[in-house]
Design a protein around this ligand. Structure first.
Ligand code: PLP
Length: 396
């Protein structure tokens, strides 16, 4: 008697989770120190100490009815004001609380953006391979199609030719994610400018707005020499989906937000529309305590320097060994080419050395593998000789 759609989805198990579970089982057999799990993207550095201090102070000093109570639909006013001021300092914008809508992480931010823009099953949202696998589920939840543009495997920027062919009168939004999960690549200023110019042209052609939804949970994890362009500066109809899951290492607290810039065509209706979409999806009321905590800690991040260290170590070593990989500009993933055509077979071969990595098929990009390096540096140091053995096996 269950919904067919839900039963169908429940059967599609997550390859990443399967590998993670396998790693735990294997650790029991050979010892955790001998299993090199690079499968999952969970922050490996703790939240700043100020987070717990602030949470404890708020719990001790606030009216309990207030701190455990519902907030207004768009979120706590002072928190939204603080986020707006922080963005103004960083990006030279003029935001107020009216531009910020609090969400239950980036997941809900995306679900709400999709729901807000999509009118029916014939509508589509376009994204680019490789992409976060849950995008397909969010699109399904919003009742629209997710169209995926094939990867530009040279640089993991945008395959513009295919994008231009794919945009149609049914396209409601282009979903981008930079720094990217799984490639780690940051879209260049040139890429964003080219995307903006194409969408301006297409908006005129079809006579309706086409939004960019910029999914930015990894914005703060950007490496030396890489700049993450602030997309609303380039294109008015942009919605930014942000999350504190990675920047403050708070994925379990479920706090994020959407930025709706004043310049967006539908600005006057956007906030009420987000409220309506959140209600439709039952994503109401972001946890009050942690809204207030991030509101006070909005300019902080966890110590993200370990990701830079891990990336430098891992990327340079793999490339020196002969692996083909585009240099990540941010996030905490490498996305090298598998050493045989079938990335699944390659990951099985890597398993023989207890190296646990994820086939790119899960991200819409067969032939590549994702390696998460949000792990202790020693794990990478110990795994490198095994990656060398692995590539040597293929050279025999
Ligand atoms: N978007 C991307 C690209 C992600 O990698 C993730 C989580 O890993 C999310 C969205 C969801 O983030 P959140 O935990 O804030 O819901």
């Amino acid at each position: 008697m269950l919904s067919k759609e839900v039963v169908e989805l429940s059967k599609q198990h997550s390859v990443i989770r399967d590998i993670f579970e396998y790693g735990m089982k294997r650790a029991k057999e050979v010892g955790a120190e001998n299993v090199f799990d690079f499968s999952i993207g969970n922050p490996s550095v703790p939240a700043p100490k100020e987070i717990d201090k602030t949470a404890l102070r708020l719990l001790k000093t606030s009216d309990p009815v207030d701190i455990h109570g519902y907030t207004s639909n768009a979120g706590v006013l002072e928190v939204r004001e603080n986020i707006a001021k922080s963005l103004n300092r960083r990006f030279d914008t003029n935001y107020t609380a009216a531009n910020i809508f609090m969400t239950i992480g980036a997941a809900a931010a995306l679900g709400i953006c999709f729901k807000t823009l999509v009118d029916g099953p014939e509508d589509d949202i376009i994204t680019f391979a490789p992409h976060f696998p849950e995008y397909a589920v969010y699109a399904q939840g919003a009742g629209c199609k997710l169209r995926v543009i094939s990867a530009d495997t040279k640089a993991f920027q945008i395959n513009f030719e295919e994008l231009e062919e794919t945009i149609s009168e049914h396209t409601k939004a282009i979903l981008i994610n930079s720094p990217n999960n799984p490639s780690g690549v940051v879209y260049s200023r040139e890429t964003i400018e080219k995307l903006a110019a194409l969408l301006e042209k297409k908006q005129k052609e079809y006579g309706h707005s086409i939004y960019i939804i910029s999914d930015e949970p990894y914005r703060e994890i950007a490496y030396d020499g890489f700049e993450v362009p602030y997309v609303p500066h380039f294109y008015d109809n942009t919605l930014v989906a942000y999350s504190f899951s990675k920047s403050l290492s708070l994925p379990g607290e479920r706090v994020g937000y959407i930025v709706a810039p004043n310049e967006a065509e539908d600005f006057d209706n956007l906030l009420p529309a987000f409220i309506a979409s959140a209600r439709l999806l039952s994503y109401v009321c972001v946890p009050t305590l942690y809204q207030k905590v991030v509101g006070e800690c909005v300019d902080l991040t966890s110590d993200l320097s370990i990701y830079q260290k891990n990336k430098d170590l891992f990327y340079n070593a793999l490339v020196d060994m002969g692996y083909e990989c585009v240099e990540p500009g941010g996030a905490f993933y490498l996305f090298p080419k598998a050493l045989e055509e079938d990335a699944n077979a390659f990951c099985e071969k890597a398993k023989e050395y207890d190296l646990l990595i994820v086939p790119g098929d899960s991200f819409g990009c067969p032939g590549y593998v994702r390696i998460s390096y949000c792990v202790p540096t020693e794990r990478i140091e110990k795994a490198l000789p095994l990656f060398k053995k692995l590539i040597d096996d293929y050279r025999k």
